[in-house]
Design a protein around this ligand. Structure first.
Ligand code: PMP
Length: 318
């Protein structure tokens, strides 16, 4: 069989062989021990990974890179094609960032109520942003992007489909989880995080369970459909081949938006960590759990708070 010819301008070359580019800075984020946030009874500890350190400012750089690299390697995504997907913002920013480096067009469908900064960032990287009605939430954006994908077809569009693509969860299984084990010395009792696509909890959860089956994986979920935690889905569903939630998630804890925002403000003021709403919600979930169970808790702080500064949530802090 003839060997595939790969040139420097090839997408495959840019994604796989050139280490001194933006992709080299995805992952390997720090972990912080949060000492000042709240009193854990019984000597519990809380560790959090600061995912805003990724070049696109959020945890979603990891799955976006994995999904696009896989598609390029399988020749499903080729030069002159457009990446199309729905996103509550962060994955859209990651696609747009990677698309700008690879010189690929990117089209993102997102609910209109996402923060202005996130809209601006998607456009800044040169991607097209189509806003869908806020009241239809993520489901409206998913539906509209699928309609356009079907109309345009697979010669024009590549759809990563982050809600179903196993490379989403795989990115966390192969990178985030491995970093967590290394950075904590494996001294983990609970991994706790919320759900958007479910890639984070299923990817990290599967790896941690394989490492030590006694580690409990706990999902934090919003207490109402009209919650204000950007990035989280109320009606979540799981569909990643190889990542069965029945074998991964042990329990669920509910949080309200108000309490999550308060925790976020505390995180900023007491730990000096400027993060987004879901970070506050993850930590509020841990706070509730820590009132009942002692142990070492680990979570992720999915994105930076600087992309929410214009929202009403931070108004009383200036
Ligand atoms: N927090 C934020 C800020 C997000 O953007 C997302 C992804 N939508 C999540 C949490 C949830 O991550 P996952 O999609 O891996 O469940």
């Amino acid at each position: 069989m003839a060997k595939e010819e790969i040139t420097e301008n090839d997408l495959k070359y840019k994604l796989n062989f050139l280490s001194l580019n933006i992709f080299n800075s995805i992952g390997r984020t720090s972990i912080c021990l949060l000492n000042n946030l709240f009193n854990c009874s019984g000597g519990s500890k809380v560790y959090a990974k600061t995912e805003s350190q990724n070049p696109g400012g959020s945890i979603k750089d990891r799955p976006a890179f994995y999904m696009l690299r896989d598609a390029v390697n399988k020749n499903i995504l080729k030069q002159n094609m457009t990446i199309i997907d729905s996103s509550s913002g962060n994955t859209g920013i990651s696609y747009a960032m990677i698309g700008s480096f690879l010189n690929l067009k990117v089209k993102i469908y997102a609910p209109s109520n996402m923060s202005e900064e996130r809209k601006q960032l998607i456009k800044l990287y040169g991607a097209e942003l189509i806003l869908t009605p806020a009241e239809e939430s993520h489901d409206g954006a998913i539906k509209k992007s699928l309609e356009e994908y079907k109309t345009g077809g697979t010669d024009i569009y590549y759809m990563p489909d982050q809600y179903n693509n196993p490379n989403n969860a795989l990115s966390h299984y192969e990178t985030t989880a491995v970093e967590i084990i290394k950075q904590t010395g494996g001294n983990i009792d609970y991994f706790v995080t919320g759900i958007g696509t479910g890639g984070t909890i299923l990817g990290i959860g599967k790896r941690l369970k394989e490492y030590n089956k006694n580690i409990k994986i706990i999902a934090v979920i919003p207490d109402s459909p009209m919650h204000g935690i950007e990035g989280w889905k109320y009606n979540y569903s799981f569909n990643f081949k190889g990542f069965d939630h029945n074998n991964i998630i042990d329990d669920y804890v509910k949080v309200d938006t108000e309490g999550s925002y308060l925790m976020l403000k505390k995180l900023i003021k007491k730990e000096g960590l400027l993060c987004g709403f879901s970070s506050g919600a993850n930590l509020y979930g841990i706070y509730k759990l820590s009132q009942k169970y002692n142990g070492n808790y680990v979570t992720v702080l999915p994105d930076t708070g600087s992309r929410y500064l214009s929202t009403i949530v931070f108004k009383d802090m200036f």
